[in-house]
Design a protein around this ligand. Structure first.
Ligand code: SF4
Length: 292
């Protein structure tokens, strides 16, 4: 926990009375990330056993008001670029190295690409960023990979990737059965794999993988083997992978048996992946030490 500040630990997706946009200090962004929540209704097409979205609390609203979203993001961009945000708790505890706006992330309380307005919002956000000449600030899509192949989503990806975009695509399993157990989605696993391959053939993508201790066990050897084969297949078929972000549960989940892997377990998995997939960086994000 030594490098974690209060700002790191405070990951609530809320900012004052805002409905859609929120700032976080993110380990994976190594700085400030402005989140754009396209799922205020908290609906998701996955039901991951480790999901941190609190669905016991009813949503404040269910609709997307794009003009209001613009206003909220504009205000946060102004606070971030002026540096004023680092005088406001908990961002006043951010380490000096974290006091940089790294990205605007399409994330939030569900799967962003399920929003009908996805491509429109990406275009609006890209415009706000261009107006402020924030060429170094990335646009990040954090996705469960289920809709990457839908034409209206591809339209949004084209805008994203023309504006310093990055696609962080979830893959938590190597086999259909493990995927069903962890992600509890009706989307066929085959579609996830097809989407990853098609997208990675067009643009480099980053694979986000959460492994955890589920009912007292981490992912077994056979699962890791199958997972590596999926990524090898993408590479062999001309897909480009930037890196794997390997992480574990970082905050308490609604499923008491979904627990973080210990540091040594996660490191052993990372080493396994590095030896199986040489040349592909594996960045590891550990769980909270007090759980270990
Ligand atoms: S994809 Fe994300 S928001 Fe949806 S259930 Fe999984 S962790 Fe939660």
């Amino acid at each position: 926990m030594t490098d974690l500040t209060k700002a790191h630990l405070d990951h609530r997706r809320v900012w004052r009375e805002f409905d859609y946009c929120y700032p976080v200090i993110s380990r994976r962004s190594r700085g400030l990330s402005l989140g754009v929540n396209l799922n205020p209704d908290k609906v998701c097409n996955f039901d991951c056993i480790y999901c941190e979205v609190d669905r016991t609390v009813p949503p404040r609203r269910k609709d997307l008001d794009l003009d209001l979203l613009d206003q909220e993001l504009g205000l946060l961009l102004d606070l971030a670029t002026s540096g004023e945000i680092y005088q406001i708790p908990p961002f006043d505890s951010a380490h000096p190295k974290q006091r940089r706006l790294n990205d605007i992330a399409f994330s939030g309380d569900g799967e962003p690409t399920t929003a009908r307005e996805f491509a429109d919002v990406v275009a609006r956000v890209a415009h706000l960023k261009a107006q402020r000449e924030l060429d170094l600030v990335k646009l990040v899509l954090i996705t469960d990979s289920s809709r990457l192949g839908a034409p209206e989503v591809v339209k949004g990806l084209e805008i994203l990737m023309a504006n310093q975009g990055e696609i962080w695509a979830k893959l938590d399993a190597g086999t259909e059965s493990f995927y069903r157990e962890i992600c509890r989605s009706q989307v066929p696993f085959e579609r996830i794999l097809d989407n990853l391959l098609a997208t990675a053939r067009r643009w480099p993508i980053l694979i986000q993988t959460l492994f955890l201790d589920w009912r007292g066990q981490g992912p077994g050897e056979a699962e890791l083997e199958a997972y590596c084969r999926r990524l090898e297949h993408i590479l062999a078929q001309g897909g480009r992978l930037q890196a794997i972000q390997l992480y574990t549960v970082a905050r308490p989940t609604p499923e008491p048996e979904a627990r973080p892997l210990r540091r040594l377990e996660l490191e052993a998995i990372a080493e396994n992946l590095r030896s199986r997939l040489p040349g592909l960086p594996v960045d590891v994000y550990y769980g909270p030490e007090e759980w270990a």
